[in-house]
Write a protein that binds this ligand. Structure first.
Ligand code: SAM
Length: 387
């Protein structure tokens, strides 16, 4: 009896408390109605467990743990920001993994076996833009970066991104005066890395999504001086990239094709905007087709002799190697364009102390997430137009 009285009192007290909350702030819990029975993150997990178990074998359990753990970021240094934050980053214990690679250049053990299907680039070590700098904490150190601070003119000091995302931009190897197309550019992390080279002659930034293109513009305004953004050397568009072949064929020295994909890490961790949501199943299944269309369009947009980097943030063989294989075949069949695969192993070898690379890919290179270096996944493949 006493218990029942206490319970009644308690309920009354809760009601009193509720009545103190403005009605408009009261939220009615809708468990059954709003919680999906199978959240997209669980669907992604089930899907990856099947496909990556087959694809990666014994490696999958450890990659899975890394994917489900907190990711590591890199701080892409903004050269357009006036204040010197480098000392600050050094004092926190981070290093620029791109400059540190200089110590590896003298590595006498460096030997790469010849592959029949790829062109060797070993006469000299790969050229790296001296202006792209990305700071990371040491292996196994999962300290988070502080939010970037603005300088006197309001430009932010660094951009936080997966450090492995910088690799496709470095691999693109932009030289002085190059015309560059970034076909799927939003929200702009890789664009910022490309702009750091300060070598681009003309840059076209495109993204099919209007809202994401707006985000790209915001990012550019937070990092790049106004006078550079208003110059005629930069164009921002929101076209369907797969149609680019009809817009500007044979035009660009360098093309970055950073396609939409299953974004494995996001799909495993976030229910919002998740491509494994049931209603997006069709879109997800169409991804390889879209990726192929985008890569082919990028190939046609490059000029003969020009170079194209294809990149994704998925481990999926179908979306990576599968797409590149088909693009090489269809470029020849449908457009008479012969492509050469550029061997990126000398390039990735320089960064082997920072990232874990897949060892058994026959086309392209892939950063595989690892608990001690929890970057990626990032896949990239570099193609050169011969005709
Ligand atoms: N490169 C960006 C960066 O580093 O911040 C990330 C690009 S994200 C992986 C892929 C982008 O492709 C999305 O912003 C998406 O809106 C865009 N996209 C999807 N379909 C497209 C299409 N048909 N043409 C051009 N862009 C497309």
């Amino acid at each position: 009896m006493a218990l029942r009285v206490d319970a009644t009192l308690l309920i009354r007290k809760i009601r009193d408390l509720r009545s103190l909350t403005f009605r408009r702030y009261r939220v009615k819990e809708k468990w059954a109605a709003s919680r999906p029975k199978h959240p997209p993150t669980s669907l992604a997990q089930q899907h990856f467990d099947v496909t990556y178990n087959t694809q990666l074998g014994q490696l999958w359990p450890s990659v899975r743990v890394a994917l489900l753990s907190e990711r590591k970021y890199g701080a892409l240094l903004n050269h357009f920001c006036n204040d010197a934050f480098v000392e600050d980053l050094h004092s926190q214990g981070c290093t620029d993994f791109i400059t540190v690679r200089a110590g590896l250049e003298c590595d006498s053990e460096f030997e790469v076996e010849k592959r029949d299907d790829v062109v060797q680039q070993q006469s000299s070590l790969p050229h790296l833009s001296p202006n792209i700098k990305c700071f990371v904490f040491p292996r196994g150190d999962i300290t988070r970066f502080k939010p970037a601070r603005p300088d006197m003119s309001g430009l932010l000091s660094y951009y936080l991104m997966d450090a492995a995302s910088v690799l496709p931009c470095l691999a693109l190897d932009v030289h002085e005066g190059h015309n560059v197309l970034d076909l799927c550019a939003a929200p702009g992390g890789k664009t910022l890395a490309l702009l750091q080279t300060q070598a681009i002659g003309f840059l076209c930034l495109n993204d099919a999504s209007v809202s994401r293109t707006l985000r790209l513009r915001k990012v550019l305004h937070s990092y790049i001086p106004k006078q550079l953004l208003s110059q005629e050397r930069l164009r921002i568009t929101s076209f369907d990239g797969t149609k680019w072949a009809g817009i500007e064929p044979n035009t660009y020295d360098r093309v970055l094709v950073d396609v939409p994909c299953t974004t494995d890490r996001h799909s495993l961790m976030e229910d919002d905007n998740n491509i494994f949501t049931k209603s997006r199943t069709g879109e997800r299944r169409q991804l390889p087709q879209l990726q192929l269309g985008l890569l082919l369009a990028g190939v046609v947009a490059a000029c003969p002799g020009g170079e194209i980097v294809y990149s994704t943030c998925t481990l999926s063989h179908i979306q990576n190697v599968g797409v590149v294989e088909q693009a090489i075949y269809l470029a020849q069949e449908n457009h008479g364009i012969q492509l050469q695969v550029v061997d990126l192993r000398p390039f990735t070898h320089m960064f082997r102390n920072t990232f874990h690379f897949a060892s058994d890919l026959h086309l392209g290179e892939m950063v595989v997430p690892h608990l001690a270096a929890n970057f990626g996944p990032i896949y990239m493949c570099k193609l050169r137009r011969l005709t």
